[in-house]
Design a protein around this ligand. Structure first.
Ligand code: KIV
Length: 264
């Protein structure tokens, strides 16, 4: 059975952790889906990890739609959530509706994610949800605000922690089906997770969230720099470099193709 937003809520209530990873193309999404992840986020981190931008800000809606369609073609089970790129939803709820509508209509993904909380974004989320568009919220470190926040941990003081808690609460009230908590203290994430009825998905937010998400390039050891809270479960950078070096050497030495590879 394909994963739904309601299923995520049931898993929170059952205490069954939710597994989320990012994907940006057909091949990767197929592997993640077959490996059984619960949800795939076509995150705007693809701007940095696959398109070579310095930040997530330059990513356009057209670029996001292109990648999200490829992911959609690969996935049979996982819930697909697509990030709305910077300034494709912050101007007005009409702009958000237009962008989110294009994501659902043109890619076949089931939900969108947007960054920020109270009050402006909570109102936008409410409008999208009323129009039948499932929304994943995102508070704490919000990379689209890098020029205000940097990539530092957020919510370290009582005031900023309280602010993040109220943003998460406002998103829940507005109808978000879950909320990403990025790079905040574990104790704050635990408090938010206990107070909300919707699932929290943590990244750099400690072990007490209802689920965890990682940028798949970090998990696979493909990223230029690993954030302090991420873990590389493989070193694909090394594996790929070695495979390419082996191929190059064999071609230059006349060892490839040979034997079965050389048959007509
Ligand atoms: O774009 C992304 O990959 C994200 C995750 C960090 C949650 O938003």
């Amino acid at each position: 059975m394909a994963v739904t937003t309601q299923q995520l809520l049931q898993w929170k209530n059952q205490g069954r952790p939710i597994v989320v990873l990012t994907a940006w193309d057909y091949a990767l999404a197929q592997l993640l889906d077959r490996a059984g992840v619960d949800a795939i986020l076509v995150g705007d981190s693809l701007a940095m990890v696959t398109l070579g931008y310095e930040t997530t800000l330059p990513l356009t809606l057209e670029e996001m739609l292109h990648h999200a369609k490829a992911v959609r073609r690969a996935v049979k089970q996982a819930l697909i959530v697509v990030d709305l790129p910077f300034l494709t939803y912050q101007e007005s709820y009409q702009q958000a509706m237009h962008s989110a509508g294009r994501v659902l209509k043109e890619t076949g993904a089931q939900a969108v994610k947007l960054e920020g909380g109270y009050p402006a974004m909570a109102e936008t989320v409410g409008r999208l949800v009323q129009a039948g568009i499932p929304v994943l919220g995102h508070v704490g470190l919000t990379p689209q605000s890098v020029h205000q926040l940097g990539y530092r941990q957020q919510g370290k003081t009582p005031d900023t922690g309280e602010r993040i808690l109220s943003e998460a609460h406002a998103l829940e009230q507005a109808g978000a089906f879950a909320v990403v908590l990025e790079h905040i203290p574990a104790s704050l994430a635990e408090q938010i997770t206990q107070k909300l009825t919707i699932p929290t998905i943590g990244i750099g937010a400690g072990p007490y969230c209802d689920g965890q998400v990682l940028v798949t390039a970090d998990l696979l050891g493909l990223s230029e720099r690993l954030p302090p809270f991420a873990k590389a479960y493989a070193n694909l950078k090394e594996t790929i470099t070695q495979a390419v070096a082996d191929f190059s050497r064999e071609v230059r030495d006349g060892q490839f193709p040979n034997g079965s590879n050389a048959k007509k």
